[in-house]
Write a protein that binds this ligand. Sequence first.
Ligand SMILES: Nc1ncnc2c1ncn2[C@@H]1O[C@H](COP(=O)(O)OP(=O)(O)OP(=O)(O)O)[C@@H](O)[C@H]1O
Length: 389
Amino acid sequence: MHPSGADTVLVRHGDVGVKSRKVQTEMERRLRDNMAAILEDRDIDAEVERRWSRLLVHTDEQSVEEATTAAADTFGVQSASPVVVVSPEQELIEETLADAAQEHYDGGTFAVRARRASKDHPFTSAELERKGGTAVWEAVENPEVDLDDPDITFSVEVRETEAFVFIEKRDGPGGLPLGTQTKLVSLVSGGIDSPVSTWEVMKRGSPVIPVYLELGDYGGADHEARAIETVRKLKKYAPNHDMRVRKVPAGEAMNRLADEVGPARMLSFRRFMYRVAEHIAREESAHGIVTGEAIGQKSSQTARNLGVVSAATTMPIHRPLLTMDKSDIVACARKIDTYTDSTIPAGCNRIAPDYPETNATLEIAQNADPDGIFELAEEAAENVELVEL
Ligand SMILES: Nc1ncnc2c1ncn2[C@@H]1O[C@H](COP(=O)(O)OP(=O)(O)OP(=O)(O)O)[C@@H](O)[C@H]1O
């Protein structure tokens, strides 16, 4: 929602701001480049400018809503507002606030908030709020003020040479600009969880190499489509990063697991999978493995089993969803738009045993592993196929 005449997006970052000046400058540049790439990918005609500790996206009124969405989809962004830019004069600001109110105030309560970044103006923020409040009050019918929890807020941010008037602060993902942390391999099965865990580490600045294990008789075309399509959705947040899916043939390993392993089958599967991921991580100079596991979500994911399976690799395993409830994961999947693709029925054979081991020891897991399973993992990883998105 924007006041008429809005042709700019004011973008705020969060965690970037707590870094040293030098690091912050570098991160802001990365943020600007990533945002420009998303705008270009969506065919939005816009320019991104770094200013103070903000970014400004210059566009036109017709594109300002889409540009705001693109900005708010960029990792590292705390919030984005479509703004009208005016000269920082009190009367002009009041008029712009009043115009915005006439256009958008539709009953309910309102507040005016002002922020002044420079002290070089002949008015204080408090004065601006008071007088701006009066201007809005006089511009609309039956106004009601609520400074604590208003239905609509008319805001102004005043800088040295311009003032920004806006009525919406759209939440961004927060986090850090993508590419400011080390690369990670992310195991994406295309279920609800792994696209979310992938998005979570991207949010903290790590580019990801998506790895999908093609499970032969235990996977299939729809299973694979889920993985590819969810990564395609994630790629929208990172069009300037290589997110081609690394597809690994794991059908033979799955057959052996099904034939040779009983209750500890899923533990052996995880151990195999981590070894595949580790191998690809080394090849691609990545420094960790990401999964969508959460404590207790499945029998193979009891706190005890997670410890046992982790011993298959010396590489750190990151589990961003570790403590999250399913309902929160589903809400996140909907927000980032991977939910629909994740719920394509995969209709594949079940690999999990009927009576799975929930309380394994490392010895149980090692004894259960089919002979040469780690060699098989290396071999499978060597035969990786790149899937273009
Ligand atoms: N075929 C696969 N390819 C790549 N990673 C996989 C595969 N199967 C499982 N994983 C990884 O192991 C984690 C736990 O496996 P689990 O069996 O719970 O997956 P799922 O239920 O099929 O999918 P999700 O966890 O994404 O909802 C997944 O989140 C994912 O990181």
